[in-house]
Ligand binder design. Sequence first.
Ligand SMILES: [Zn+2]
Length: 132
Amino acid sequence: MKVTYLCPKCRGAINAANNIILSAKTSTNTVGLILLHEEIGNYTSTLSSSLTIEKGEVVDLFCPVCHESLNIPIKDALAKYIRIDEDLNESFIIISRKYGEKITFKVDENKHVEAYGEKLSRYIDPEWFLQK
Ligand SMILES: [Zn+2]
């Protein structure tokens, strides 16, 4: 079975054709879709034609299925969704909402945290990942 990504709110699948599809809104209220490569640590991304994001800009991310926010409601600019791997293990994936910032965390059911991408330039409390 292939890897599936789910919205934590509606558990609708948010990946297709090797991309995770997220709805985005910028600080200037521009909206569109962001396609992220589904492979962890691959930071290839594509924006739909209506969306322009400056490097370093923080965007709000939403589920494309139910439109609920995927933002983690704390000061840090992070978002969260669910990954189910080939063996049906479920984990949370946490990504930065700062465009161009290559930070990913994977938190499994035992709260084991794996970090991918760039080293953290700012402090992030692992407990924040698991807040609702
Ligand atoms: Zn949803």
